[in-house]
Design a protein around this ligand. Sequence first.
Ligand SMILES: *[C@@H]1O[C@H](CO)[C@@H](O)[C@H](O)[C@H]1NC(C)=O
Ligand SMILES: *[C@@H]1O[C@H](CO)[C@@H](O)[C@H](O)[C@H]1NC(C)=O
Ligand SMILES: *[C@@H]1O[C@H](CO)[C@@H](O)[C@H](O)[C@H]1NC(C)=O
Ligand SMILES: *[C@@H]1O[C@H](CO)[C@@H](O)[C@H](O)[C@H]1NC(C)=O
Ligand SMILES: *[C@@H]1O[C@H](CO)[C@@H](O)[C@H](O)[C@H]1NC(C)=O
Ligand SMILES: *[C@@H]1O[C@H](CO)[C@@H](O)[C@H](O)[C@H]1NC(C)=O
Ligand SMILES: *[C@@H]1O[C@H](CO)[C@@H](O)[C@H](O)[C@H]1NC(C)=O
Length: 836
Amino acid sequence: MAPFLTSGIPRRRRVFVIAVLAFFIWALLPIESFNPPRRLVNSVMMMGGLELGASSPPGGRESMLKYVDPLIGTVNGGHVFPGATLPYGMAKAVADVDNWAEIAAGFVSDTSKVTGFSHLHDSGTGGSPSLGNFPLFVHPGCPNDDHLNCNYSGATRAVERIANSTVARPGYFSIALSNSVGYEMTASMHTTLFRINVPDQGDIVVSNGTTAPNSPLLLLDLTDLGKTRRGGSIQVDPETGRMTGSGKFSPSFGHGQYSAYFCADFSGAGIRKTGTFVKEKADEKVKAMGIDVGESAVPAGSAGGFVQFNRPLSSQFLARVGLSFKSVAQACQNAEKEIPGFDFDSVVKAGEKAWSEKLSVIQVDHTGVNEGFLTTFWSGFYRALLSPQDYTGENPLWNSSEPYFDSFYCIWDSFRAQHPLLTLVDPKEQTRMVRALIDIYKHEGKLPDCRMSFAQGYTQGGSNGDVVLADAYLKKLHDGIDWNLGYEAVVSDAEIEPEDWTRVGRGNLEAWKTYGFIPNDDNDKNHTGPQTRTVSRTVEYAYEDFTIALMARGLGKRDDERKYLERSKNWENVFDPDAADQYTDAGRGVIGSDFKGFMQPRSRNGEFTYQNMRLCSPVHEMHKCYFDTVYDTYEGSPWLYTFYVPQDMASLIVRLGGKEAFIDRLSYFHSSGIIYMGNEQSFLPTYQFHYGGRPALSSYWLHQYIPGQFNSSINGIPGNDDCAMGAFTTFAFMGFFPVAGQDVYLLTPPLFREVNLQTPTGRRATIRNIGFDPMYEAIYIQSAKLDGKPYTKNWIAHDFFYHGGLLELTLGRNESAWGTRDEDLPPSSSTQTWAP
Ligand SMILES: *[C@@H]1O[C@H](CO)[C@@H](O)[C@H](O)[C@H]1NC(C)=O
Ligand SMILES: *[C@@H]1O[C@H](CO)[C@@H](O)[C@H](O)[C@H]1NC(C)=O
Ligand SMILES: *[C@@H]1O[C@H](CO)[C@@H](O)[C@H](O)[C@H]1NC(C)=O
Ligand SMILES: *[C@@H]1O[C@H](CO)[C@@H](O)[C@H](O)[C@H]1NC(C)=O
Ligand SMILES: *[C@@H]1O[C@H](CO)[C@@H](O)[C@H](O)[C@H]1NC(C)=O
Ligand SMILES: *[C@@H]1O[C@H](CO)[C@@H](O)[C@H](O)[C@H]1NC(C)=O
Ligand SMILES: *[C@@H]1O[C@H](CO)[C@@H](O)[C@H](O)[C@H]1NC(C)=O
């Protein structure tokens, strides 16, 4: 439907634009090691049948990269960052657009205008626009060849993109804009590199009906995506064009402020003019602004520097932008060290190599699997490695020899699937992340719960960092981790209430210890924080205490183990056996089901108070339970939170009326629309059929959600990604799912014929389907063998992935008796004991 060029652009201009785009596509073909996306090929074909013979797929080492589509989740609230970056990279380059509602990560796949290209981003977050500092932007020339006639501020400089010109792959992003400028970008760890393509023309149409001599003007704005900048500085060197500067900004979901610094250099075109600008006003005479250079503060809003170049000889030039959170000097060092020669192609290649090495840890047999599924799988895995970001060496808050990671955004989202995934596929980096978490505890007094841009973010539920640490501990991560300090950190969460539990730790701890739940009429005057979410915090605190008990057991702390196991039963105190799923709706009559017994708010005197069982689910007032609202559950309904007893599903099942009743209830949860797959809390309930002895139903629902909710289309993520949705699909395809914080993975058949994982001990863990059906009609395990011996448990422990082994699953079209007996079920604290 969308025209190739935006309407209202004169014919003449179209020719220029096509020439630029064709060149630009040609320019990137030789460096590609795989096919350009089909839609790009089609658009090139439409432009006059450019020869594409050079682009046949070589396959081989990097062949899985071609299944990564970073654009998945760039509409429909996915908030995915699709730009150029390394795994966990700090530098993240992409086009930022002016669809303000959707630009948490800068870019949106729609028709909004491009305002600039910034260098730091977060991926998949749910909050306000994050980072997006120091965007650069290029005018191919200025009307009447006068730099004063170019537009400078974000509002006026924004231009339309050329439809479908976006190319995104690991380590590379490009887009062509309707002002005849094409941008390609790549990144090293702390530095972005742009190749900017302008037409091979003396005169260029720079806006509707206006031509100007080819003399590109690059401006760099000190702003960020959220427009939070205060102060800062800018300096432009008139000889070299080097621009350096800084700004102070606000984090996107937390308190305080952070400073960022940059150092931009250029190559490939002669310098003609330099200067600075404030809003629309450029000034060639002012080469520096801001307190760092002894001037008054740079005014808020758009302000920065510019460099105008002579016509580039080869129709392209390069911009390299080093970043730092410490100083301009460090930003320059980062750039000079990482990209000394401005060699764009080799930075792209290094990025491809880095991604390919990370992704190749998982080896799967693609045979028969449709392309859409391959794309869903590899793209999800890719997204799971975008954050947390490795800011080691860039932490201005304290000096430490420990690693520093940021953008734990938020652990409430990432503890369930992403961190357990990293433990399997990248234990080295997960170990460094755990060390970073413990080092944050050491210097700030609490583990983070949500952290971005060196700031403490808002705590959504419990102290979910406890689960991350326990999970890593149970799965034997140890290199350099001080587990005594790590244990101290989780016990601090459980025992010591922080001054302000808005941002770290737990609140209402006095009541938690006295009553064994958080009463919804508790008035905790010890410290401050929102006295809300009493049901969801109770079930989360109970589970976190359980994971602390498992750590205590491993560390030989028997008294602690007993104490926290006891507290892990506190979920029972908010279970109201009489709570009914029925309410009267004016106009619609009685709504609900016959299910009885739900987690409900309770007051100090022991009476249950009522919260509608469906409140904050997609079927009833979904958007009422956020951080700043008054209800007793967070981003979910009592229906949802009633299933959150991962430590003791056996007891929960008894409370809910036995296995059959439990399976009916869980099936209803999935089929009634009450579940919302766009939030991470729904991951585990997709697999909890295992606890009711019906692992086949987990497989059944998984296949409803893939591809129904998670797929390879641009809108193929049901909610904001958080790097967690990608982790969920990665596990689903591999055939198992972690119960985070326990040494337990629930088994379902992989969506591939075979999956192989490298183990830390240098062996292989292989899961092989026998009777694999790529049409996914045979999705039920009939029998299983582990290393040749019959295996009937419907779960497996980490030992398999640590020491390696071969798990063979024989599949069929009907549910079988496999994994259904009591002794086959995953452990529950009331019925079994774990050996950690
Ligand atoms: C751009 O892509 C959209 C969606 O794939 C398609 O509908 C449209 O026809 C494409 N436009 C052009 C000019 O190729
Ligand atoms: C471009 O200019 C023409 C003629 O001046 C005008 O009719 C048209 O509306 C303009 N288009 C835009 C997008 O400004
Ligand atoms: C500058 O901005 C004005 C106002 O938005 C717009 O009319 C004009 O086309 C822009 N000029 C260029 C060269 O982009
Ligand atoms: C870190 O150490 C350096 C060099 O000793 C010192 O200048 C700096 O102030 C220290 N930073 C912090 C946050 O302590
Ligand atoms: C709350 O304050 C009381 C009285 O000062 C004190 O005894 C108690 O230890 C405090 N509780 C917590 C959890 O800090
Ligand atoms: C892909 O996923 C999106 C988001 O969950 C969903 O809206 C869409 O219907 C799915 N597409 C298909 C073909 O299943
Ligand atoms: C599978 O179940 C269907 C009915 O649900 C039955 O007709 C069919 O015979 C079963 N197939 C096998 C192989 O047991």
